[in-house]
Design a protein around this ligand. Sequence first.
Ligand SMILES: [Zn+2]
Length: 479
Amino acid sequence: MDKFYITTPIYYINGTPHLGHTYTTVAADILARWHRIQGKDVFFLVGTDENSQKVVEAAKKAGKSLQEFTDEMSSIWRETWLKLGISFDRFIRTTSPEHINAVKIFWERVQEKGDIYLGEYEGWYCVDCEEFIKESDLDDGGLCPYHKKKPDILKEKNYFFRLSKYKDALLEHIEKNPDFILPVERRNEVVSYIKNHLEDISISRETIDWGIPVPGDENQRIYVWFDALINYLSGIGFGQDEAKFSKYWPADVHLLGKEISKFHCALWPAMLMSAEIELPKTFFVHGHWTSDGQKMSKTIGNVVNPIDLMQEFSFDVVRYFLFRETPFGSDGDFSIARLKERYNSELANDLGNLLQRTLNMIDKYLDGRIDEEKVALYSYGLEQAGVYLENFKFDLALQEIWSAVSHLNKFIEEEKPWELFKNNEKEKLSEVLHRVYAILKEIVYFLEPFMPEITKKMRELLEKDRISAPDTPLFPKKE
Ligand SMILES: [Zn+2]
């Protein structure tokens, strides 16, 4: 059986899930579901990044112990994904004993390779970014360009990872494997970063006491990025369950947002090369969402919370919108008005009416009965939608599916089953309705990874022994 291993980034627990995290996680869910439908042995990993200095500050602010705070926050993340119906196989926490153990083993391997050395580091350090910022990257006022906050000067003894040693090997691997980093704009950015800025990186901190201790040096804690990336290994049993690990590794897809592409697409593969572990097959880097044309921010108060959206729309509708509206990989703009528009025209009107009238006609003209042998005769040929899906072209997959929806609506208007019924053309009528039914089932099949709940209901209606239309349509129009 083929396997498919997909991951999302693990999220910081000093905040709660918003649309950006949800977007990545739903994209992974769509791919996981699609590959499961294809009969693959899928492993879908999500989790939380808990060993950062930010967590210490957030716990203090909340007046909670670190244990209490991390347990509480990670369960909020987990519960959110469960509420949204995300079909993950494992939720990994970086404070779990098996992750800590995996990090130690990994560190020791890299150390044995001679790729870790003790050095001194001094630089501008932004606590919110959790990274040293180069002088040239500070904004005009000397502030962190992301947090608009004055960074601290930090000078300390650190362990360094010989990242620069892997420069040529990384460039060669990217060159030889065009699907290693997608889409191509993101690959170009990473290549230029590797060519121009790749330096050895400090991977431990002396000044903090939260985090995984450096093996053999209790005075140092492992820097959060070096620790966090290893979740992709520990989540499938690295250092614990070798059979499971070798079954799923290498990852087929690491999904991530563009703000963390340097760490994922340069540092992580270099770490793996050093530890002599096979590289993941593909990194897919997606864009950001704004909200009504503005960057989402707490101050403006336009942060979109996925759970809130569910009060008005089923989450399947939100999933549909996110991946229909914008090509995966590009930036998108979220707007409730646009969502409602697409809902009414594409879901309530095009698909919803098609389903409702088809069920009605089968009820009325075929006594609610379908002949499976006749169904097998017809197909629209939606295979291309599956090819698009596997290649991260979610919007094109949905367009393809909707071309079948439009085709059927047009076909019904042209063939006019109600007139065939009136004229007693029974054979033709049965042929027309079986054709519509067959293609509708095909639509449901390709739509399932995008809208798992709604397609389940559609399938139930279409597979009843005695087919009839429900009193309330699946997609009632919204005012
Ligand atoms: Zn910052």
